[in-house]
Structures are given as C-alpha cells and as structure tokens.
Design a protein. Structure first.
Length: 290
C-alpha cells in the first residue's frame, strides 16, 4: 500500500481478484509506483471519484487507464468509449464529456497537470475539492481538500462556523496548522464514513464523545437501550417506485443509516428486495403497506 498521504481513496476496503488474491486499489490504479509520480492519473481518478463509492472509482479508473494512461492517449478515445469504460461512476456521462475535453484543456499548460489551485480549476470537471486533492496528493504541496465530511465534522466540532465547503476551506486555511492540511481529508473521510455518519452518528462509540460539542447532531439510539414511553419513534415510509429508483444505488445498505423504529414499504416483488430488508434493520418492524 502506498503511504497514507498518497492515498486517493482513504477509506477504501481491499477487494479480491477472481483467484481470491487481495486487491490494493492504489496499486491497481498506479502499478508503476506512488500516485505522486503520476499527476495525470491522480487528476482523472479524482474527477471520477465525485459522488461515487471508492471501490467503484478504483475499478473504473483502472479500466480507463488501461486504454488511456496519459493525456495523449485519452485524446484518442471517443466520448462514448470513455463513458463505457468509466461506468458506473456517478454522472458518468457528464464526466465522460469533461474527460473528452481534458486533453485540450491541458495544452495551455504544455500537456502537464498544473500545480496551483487557480490553474487546476480552469480545467473541465475540476472544482476546488478536486484541485486541492491533486495539489496535495500529486505534488505533496499543502492544500486542504474539503468534502462533505470535512465540512460537516468541522462544524459539528465547532472548529469552524460555516455554511459552505468553500467557506470551510477558507476558514481552515486561517486556523488549521499547515502540517495537518494534507492529512485532514483522509482522516475525516474515514471517520465520517464509519463513526461520525451524516445520519444517526455512532456517538456512543466515538472516542471524542465527552468533548465533542455535537452541534446539530442526532446520535443513534444506543444498542440495547430501552425506550421510554415518551420517546419519539422514527417512521420511514417508501413506495415501490422510490425503491426501484434507488435499489441499484445500494438501498439495502442505506437501511441501517435510517435508524428507523418502523419501516413501511409498499408491496414489492420478492426478487427486488427479498428477505434482505428484514435482516437489514434488526430493531425495526417491517410493515407491508398496500
């Protein structure tokens, strides 16, 4: 595994090849060496990672780089081919358009990936979050990559008081010591995906529970805790069309995050969700609604 500061996918679990061998996603995408040696790949992988699960980004990036490991080869691919290679990343058609235009955008920088935030955001599909990540991962320069987890958790801690990721980035540039700039994203992404979740955070197992201000937080119910008669129940209702719309996006895995006491689903076919729904919330009662 590459050094943690190089890791574009900080919370990515290892998958497995067909022969059962463990897959290191960083090594899959950067077989030639650390990501810091390949700014172009870092840039493209980061563009693909937006609104996409880490494991999907890793697989899609690896497929694309087999055909286009650099800007020159990417310019040879048709937009439809790129879209096919990167599917199913989120908004893959839009990202394919951006990647089609990327080689032309790099020409004004002598076909090199620029090293400043201002130059990077002039490229198609590159916002400040992507630009900061490229600067820090590809060039090991101080930069603060603020995604939804960094923005949310820093406000929960009241380390900043901001209402947009951009304002959070600017505030952190003023208050966060530079030695933490590169590492803060990897740390808080992993923390935000595992413990300090957006919905029903696991405050009961958080090592910071006694000192965290918990601003705007509604912690999950402690496992095994008995409910008072006056406690409010959380009720989740979902119709069959809504389920079909999100089923391929991991509806089953989303269920525990709802932390519901009662789940009401419109009658669905066994093949769509099956008994997995019953297993996904051990504390919820499943009511079949017509």
């Amino acid at each position: 595994m590459a050094d943690q500061q190089w890791n574009v996918f900080p919370a990515l679990p290892q998958g497995r090849h067909a022969d059962g061998q463990a897959v290191d996603p960083v090594e899959e995408i950067f077989p030639e060496g650390p990501p810091g040696n390949h700014p172009f790949k870092v840039l493209v992988a980061t563009i693909l990672s937006a609104r996409t699960k880490d494991e999907t980004t890793a697989a899609s990036s690896a497929r694309l780089f087999k055909h286009a490991p650099d800007a020159a080869s990417l310019a040879e691919l048709a937009e439809e081919k790129i879209a096919k290679l990167i599917y199913p990343v989120g908004f893959y058609k839009t990202k394919a358009k951006h990647l089609t235009r990327l080689p032309e955008g790099l020409k004004k920088f002598a076909d090199k990936v620029p090293q400043t935030i201002e130059e990077l955001i002039s490229l198609p599909g590159v916002g400040r979050k992507t630009a900061n990540l490229v600067v820090s991962v590809a060039y090991q320069k101080p930069a603060i990559c603020v995604d939804t987890h960094v923005h949310r958790i820093m406000n929960i801690w009241q380390y900043v008081e901001t209402d947009t990721p951009l304002k959070t980035e600017m505030a952190l540039r003023e208050t966060l010591p530079k030695k933490h700039w590169i590492g803060v994203n990897s740390i808080l992404v992993a923390f935000g995906q595992s413990i300090c979740r957006p919905v029903s955070p696991h405050c009961d197992i958080c090592p910071l529970e006694t000192v965290c201000p918990q601003k705007g937080v509604r912690p999950r119910k402690r496992p095994g805790a008995k409910m008072d008669n006056d406690s409010t129940l959380k009720f989740v209702s979902w119709n069959v069309n809504g389920i079909r719309a999100v089923e391929k996006k991991g509806f089953i895995n989303m269920m525990p995050d709802f932390d519901a006491d009662v789940v009401c689903l419109q009658t669905v076919q066994q093949g769509l969700l099956g008994t997995h729904v019953l297993l996904s919330r051990q504390r919820a009662r499943l009511i079949g609604c017509q």
